[in-house]
Design a protein around this ligand. Sequence first.
Ligand code: SF4
Length: 103
Amino acid sequence: MSTSPARRIFLCRIVTTGTALAAGMAHAQSKVDEADEQAVALGYRHDTTKVDAKKYPTHKADQKCNNCQFWQGAPSDAWAGCSMFGRKHIAAAGWCVAYKKIG
Ligand code: SF4
């Protein structure tokens, strides 16, 4: 049984679209939970203004993930990767003890 070129293109598009949708869903589900073991160990918070000042006295309110050297997104992204958290995403306004200012 042979498959026509038009049918092959149609099937290829279905596979490609399905793969893109699955990747998009995985992307949306990959945010770091502040209660995760790694997040707790690094003092990570989604909102830099919520960082425990007593525990992290060198923290400053203008220190945010999106101006940290480890931020892997564009400056305007709300969430992006960080080498401290593998494949999970962290918030642009977040912070952790590994913070290192860009530049
Ligand atoms: S290393 Fe930088 S970008 Fe990553 S979570 Fe900590 S402050 Fe945010």
